[in-house]
Design a protein around this ligand. Structure first.
Ligand SMILES: Cc1cc2nc3c(=O)[nH]c(=O)nc-3n(C[C@H](O)[C@H](O)[C@H](O)COP(=O)(O)O)c2cc1C
Length: 161
């Protein structure tokens, strides 16, 4: 591992981009996350990996509930904003949102899921949060925001059917 640029290697895994949100006693919190994965269909489970320094992780723990907002190509600025350590109130002041089942959902997302916190597992400098999916929705027509090698990829993308 000594000479390996682990971050650069992991950046070769192309992903979508999500903003994970939760409603804490101080208001809504949210952070940009690409370590989001489907885990189980029956029961419906997903997982999210949080850096231990993530403020959103604390809001998730407090409310035991979170939303996964899968971003559309039109939400690149939202991704940049939620990747900052600006006050959560600034992030949400600039981003239209609503509450669904007690979790903030960002308007204009490609898809969203609301989960109850099932369990968590700490490993290294991250926590894996497993969520049981309570509800969700998606936009049939929007394009995804994609992330690869440290950059956002924009449409045009071609998709058959
Ligand atoms: C494309 C992208 C993907 C990211 N993925 C993750 C991730 O999977 N987990 C994580 O904890 N932070 C991730 N981050 C960093 C967080 O967005 C950043 O630390 C943010 O400030 C967290 O906000 P918070 O402290 O309000 O939760 C990512 C950032 C970017 C730009």
């Amino acid at each position: 591992m000594a000479d390996l640029d682990f971050r650069a290697l992991l950046g070769r895994w192309g992903t979508g981009v999500s903003v994970i949100t939760a409603q804490s006693s101080e208001g809504p919190a949210g952070g940009t996350v690409n370590a989001f994965t489907a885990l189980s269909l029956e029961p419906p489970l997903v997982l999210v990996c949080f850096d231990l320094s993530s403020r959103t992780l604390h809001a998730v723990r407090e409310s035991e509930r979170f939303a996964v907002n899968i971003l559309s190509a039109a939400q690149q600025e939202t991704s940049r904003l939620f990747a900052t350590k600006r006050p959560q109130s600034d992030k949400f002041f600039e981003t239209p949102h609503r509450l669904e089942h007690g979790a903030p959902v960002l308007d204009g997302s490609l898809a969203w899921l609301v989960c109850s916190l099932d369990s968590e597992l700490r490993r290294g400098d991250h926590v894996i949060a497993i969520g049981q999916v309570l509800d969700g929705g998606y936009d049939e027509h929007a394009d995804p925001l994609l992330y690869y090698r440290g950059s956002y990829l924009q449409p045009p993308m071609s998709k058959e059917n």
